[in-house]
Design a protein around this ligand. Structure first.
Ligand SMILES: NC(=O)c1ccc[n+]([C@@H]2O[C@H](COP(=O)([O-])OP(=O)(O)OC[C@H]3O[C@@H](n4cnc5c(N)ncnc54)[C@H](OP(=O)(O)O)[C@@H]3O)[C@@H](O)[C@H]2O)c1
Length: 305
């Protein structure tokens, strides 16, 4: 499995990460199988959030992986905080208590990476800075980042936070290409030229932040999977043709499309199916051509200027 460097840190991690949002629905035995298989495939990065399954995803993960010091040192653990029922909360007290809960559920003394999950409109960056410094000093968190943040929101944080922000986790896939569209359609009248993300793709590259692509198989906001979906016939035909050329599946191609971007994006996949995970892992080293990348982009319904 190919590795990439996570932001400005010295962490070298698999370019495919396993997202554990859907793990709370599994029995411990099934979770064991998924995690054992993921490790065998070379996936060393596991993404969590305090809210996944109301904390149950982290709990079942720790039990299933049989957390011990020797297991812990082989894996990179990331979790997120800041989403509460009906509101967002980046207060220092919430960040600190959330991390304590995460560490307890994951049965570990430290997180490799902590992300702020979704922008809090009432953010007081001094509070975030206070929390991050306490967490770093106590050794509870080694690296920090954000999720679903715009460049200007990151700049605001950077004015106060001492630590590097190494990750921005964003929705990105063949069917969710806003941050690419805005760059392609710059200075045109095409509606895709509207920049909703503040040039976050270029910003991340300029500032050496790793983008983590969440929900790489979903279209819309969790409407469903686009692979093998009758709603997207052209996309599926093009992906099938390219898949046959490389003797892989469309599922592999969907991830290879993300990884082909030179921004060195890490893909966070959420399958809890071991066969599917193997197919996804085939994408780690597969490099699509420039022509194939654009062909898939066009087949997803995008028009070039
Ligand atoms: N930062 C954020 O705001 C945010 C938001 C959402 C998610 N995330 C992170 O991103 C991770 C992935 O999210 P996700 O689970 O929505 O991503 P996903 O990988 O796009 O979707 C996985 C789901 O699609 C199903 N699926 C059906 N056909 C599939 C196919 N051909 N290929 C792959 N999957 C197929 C899987 O079922 P099977 O299990 O049966 O394969 C599974 O239920 C989460 O676990 C979480 O860590 C972050």
């Amino acid at each position: 499995m190919k590795k990439l460097q996570l932001g400005t840190s010295s962490l070298k991690v698999s370019n495919i990460a396993l997202g554990c949002m859907r793990m709370s629905g599994l029995t411990e035995e099934k979770a064991k199988q998924v995690l054992h298989h993921a490790m065998e495939l070379g996936i060393d990065f596991y993404d969590h959030a305090d809210i996944y399954g109301g904390g149950a995803s982290e709990e079942i993960f720790a039990k299933a992986i049989d957390m011990s010091p020797s297991v812990r040192e082989k894996i990179i653990l990331q979790s997120k905080c800041g989403i509460r029922k009906g509101f967002f909360d980046f207060s220092a007290s919430h960040i600190l208590s959330s991390v304590d809960g995460i560490l307890e559920r994951l049965q570990t003394d430290y997180l490799d990476v902590l992300l702020l999950h979704r922008p809090d409109a009432l953010i007081e960056p001094e509070e975030v800075a206070e929390a991050f410094s306490k967490l770093e000093k106590s050794g509870k968190v080694r690296h920090f980042g954000v999720s679903n943040h715009s460049p200007m929101q990151i700049e605001l944080l950077k004015k106060y936070v001492e630590q590097d922000l190494i990750v921005n986790q964003l929705q990105f896939s063949v069917m969710h290409t806003g941050m690419v569209d805005a760059g392609i359609q710059v200075n045109t009248k095409d509606p895709n030229g509207v920049d909703r993300d503040g040039a976050v793709l270029d910003y991340s590259r300029v500032n050496d932040m790793t983008i983590q692509a969440w929900s790489p198989f979903q279209y819309g906001f969790f409407e469903g999977v686009f692979v093998d979906n009758d709603k997207f016939p052209e996309l599926n035909t093009v992906m099938q043709n390219i898949a046959e050329k490389y003797n892989v599946t469309k599922t592999t191609i969907a991830i290879a499309w993300i990884l082909r971007h030179p921004a060195k994006i890490q893909s966070v996949v959420g399958t809890m199916n071991t066969d599917r995970l193997s197919t996804i892992a085939d994408a780690s080293e597969l490099v699509l051509s420039r022509e194939e990348w654009y062909e898939i982009y066009r087949a997803a319904g995008n028009v070039l200027p």
